[in-house]
Design a protein around this ligand. Structure first.
Ligand code: GAL
Length: 667
């Protein structure tokens, strides 16, 4: 099924915006499209939330306005991404079936009118979704101007209704087979939680048994996956080869396992909002790389902010030039498209003050010219960049189960799984080293360095893949909080890092949540560990080298190993039991990347990012982005051609504040 419509590398870069013609008189259509064309846009995203305009009453479909909009856009060379509008169940449907509205954690039914107001498992909702999506598939499936479909919008709500409860219990019965198994895996003898009937098991509200909490996340994942798959199954038979299906995810949203959710998609996409403040490329780069890792291929930036959002305490506008650098940053990390949310300010509705490209009067806002410049940039580099991809020598492993588990019992209020992962990502980003962020269950072949931050939960497959990676000469970094639990969120009956002790040559004797930073020192350097420290015990005394030792602190840690490294066959395993200060974290990662001969894309001054996309015929394309408010001179590895200006620049170039350059070797 997946191969039929797999995402083919597009023949151009796309730029455009979300467009809601249903919110405006149809006479506006031509002028809107004229302005899109003048902006240089080539894609529009339509239909999300438009259910009441597409089906104003049960079974009465009204698709004419959408067909006319898609055709008018196409006449101006603008293609369409069509969304299923299922995140906006209309009032008539809710009146007919009020039980579609989800029940929140407090047992209160959610009110109509704030979108995503559906119980993900509601049979009435499923029935209505299926009918509408089938009808849309028949009417629009073969429309040549629709290049892809987005299912729903940013899945996010949880429901605690009696139907969800029953399905959850059925899911558990199916998954565990017997209550004995479940009781055992969840250690339910603890606090007399033993279940003797499936219908005694609740949906967890607030802190609960860790096994139950993890299964609830798996159940939510499955529930959304089912809704997603239901829509895919309605659409797929009507779509021509090459028309892709996606869903737009949200940043590091933790509502469900995004790897499982991405399985049946052709391509992953996401919605990126800076929100309050300004863009920090070393953090956002990780979010792009995360989404690229969902399908291990390029992605779409389905929404991003033109100027400002409306949902933060302070909704500042991005600086002049920043919007353009953000778009190039996304492309540098594998985006094949950048779409703004949204085209024109709504007169009413919950997002009246959100940034847009046109104001309420229909005139371009100031940021429109920046989007126009970007469209111009894209058109001069599209041939070069279309079909290119990133190549990384480093993989960072990510695991939703481990993240949830730590989040529920952080043991230190400041321990955050994602922040810890970023603690490893950011030094690499500052060196312009390309990183893939992958599921901890991925095949690791081809990487030189794999970092597994806080890989708390182990399973046989993970252990086998990590072992084979090291045996084949890879360099593996394990960190604190790794190898502590199994897939039921139960602690392992062994010391950390569980089945990886043998590989790492060390075990964790004790772990400490820290009140204050603890000193540590290595060969020629001194630093600290904050938040967390693990005392390591060396098992393979001959083959393991101590890279850092704790100084005087709580007595237990004094003089004990904090970081170790072990050569094993052709490979290396380094265990980092400390949460190092930024300066030493960077030095450590510099040292590891030196040892593994990992090359940065390019050495650049601070605040200048260099990303690389590889063109199978033309070789490396380097995208340079200056986030500084001052000019920067960049030394290039070869005499280059700069493609935004279409000039030969020699082996040095100057980037203006917020300037961008796209260079290839001049031949
Ligand atoms: C997204 C959402 C859009 C719009 C946007 C505003 O999360 O998908 O529909 O609401 O936020 O920032």
């Amino acid at each position: 099924m997946e191969t039929k419509n797999a995402y083919n590398a597009p023949s151009k870069l796309y730029i455009g915006s979300a467009y809601y013609p249903e919110q405006w008189p149809e006479v506006n259509l031509q002028e809107d499209i004229r302005l899109m064309r003048e902006a240089g846009f080539n894609i529009a995203r339509l239909g999300d939330f438009a259910w009441s305009s597409l089906e104003p009453e049960a079974g009465k479909y009204q698709f004419g306005w959408l067909e006319r909009a898609i055709s008018a856009l196409a006449e101006s060379g603008i293609e369409t991404v069509l969304c299923t509008p299922t995140a906006g169940p209309p009032a008539w449907l809710i009146s007919q079936y009020p039980e579609i509205l989800p029940i929140d954690e407090r047992g209160v039914r959610v009110q109509f009118g704030n979108r995503c107001h559906y119980c993900v498992n509601s049979p009435e909702f499923h029935h209505a979704v299926r009918s509408l999506v089938r009808e849309m598939a028949v009417s629009f499936g073969t429309n040549p101007h629709i290049i892809g479909w987005q299912i729903d919008n940013e899945f996010n709500r949880y429901c605690y209704c009696s139907h969800c409860l029953q399905l959850f219990q059925e899911y558990l019965a199916h998954h565990y087979g017997t209550l004995d198994q479940l009781n055992q895996h969840w250690t339910t003898a603890y606090w007399s939680q033993t279940y003797d009937s499936w219908d005694q098991i609740p949906l967890p509200i607030g802190p609960h048994n860790p096994g139950l909490m993890l299964e609830f996340k798996h159940f939510i994942t499955l529930s959304y996956k089912r809704l997603l798959q239901m829509q895919i199954s309605e659409l797929r038979p009507h779509l021509p080869q090459g028309t892709w299906i996606t869903h737009n995810f949200m940043d590091w949203h933790d509502g469900y396992d995004h790897y499982a959710m991405s399985e049946n998609l052709d391509m992953a996409s996401w919605d990126w909002y800076v929100g309050m403040g300004n863009h920090d490329y070393q953090t956002s780069g990780a979010a792009h790389d995360l989404v690229r890792g969902y399908k291990r291929r390029n992605f779409w930036l389905m929404e991003t902010q033109p100027g400002n959002v409306n949902w933060k305490p302070l909704n500042n506008v991005l600086d002049k030039g920043e919007t353009r650098t953000m778009a190039w940053h996304a492309v540098g990390h594998g985006a094949d498209a950048v779409l703004y949310w949204q085209w024109r300010s709504d007169l009413n509705g919950q997002e009246q003050y959100h940034g847009t490209l046109l104001d309420t009067s229909g005139q371009p806002r100031l940021v429109y010219t920046e989007a126009q410049q970007l469209a111009n940039d894209f058109s001069s580099t599209s041939d070069l960049l279309a079909g290119t991809k990133l190549e990384a020598e480093v993989a960072l492993l990510n695991c939703f189960d481990s993240r949830w588990s730590i989040q529920w019992q952080p043991h230190h209020k400041d321990f955050n799984y994602v922040a810890h992962l970023l603690h490893y990502y950011r030094p690499l980003a500052s060196m312009n080293i390309t990183v893939d962020i992958l599921s901890a269950d991925s095949n690791l072949k081809g990487y030189k360095l794999v970092i597994a931050p806080a890989l708390l939960i182990l399973n046989d497959q993970r252990v086998a893949q990590l072992r084979s990676f090291v045996e084949n000469g890879g360099y593996l970094v394990l960190t604190l909080r790794s190898g502590m639990k199994d897939g039921y969120n139960a602690l392992l009956p062994s010391r950390q890092p569980g089945a990886l002790v043998e590989l790492s040559g060390v075990e964790v004797e004790e772990y400490y949540a820290l009140m204050t930073p603890v000193p540590l020192a290595g060969d020629g350097w001194k630093g600290t560990s904050s938040i967390w420290a693990e005392r390591l015990r060396i098992r393979d005394v001959e083959g393991t080298q101590v890279l850092a030792t704790y100084g005087e602190s709580n007595g237990w840690l004094d003089g004990q190993p904090a970081i170790t490294s072990r050569q094993i066959g052709k490979g290396t395993v380094t265990f980092i039991g400390a949460y190092l200060d930024d300066v030493n974290q960077k030095s450590l990662l510099q040292q590891i990347t030196r040892e593994t001969a990992i090359q940065p894309v390019l050495k650049t001054p601070a605040g200048v990012e260099a990303c690389r996309r590889v063109n199978s015929k033309l070789g490396d394309i380097i995208i340079l982005i200056n986030y500084n408010r001052s000019r920067q001179r960049i030394q290039l590895p070869w005499p280059a051609r700069e493609h935004l200006q279409g000039l030969a620049v020699g082996d040095e170039l100057t980037l203006e504040p917020y300037g961008v350059a796209v260079v290839t070797r001049d031949t």
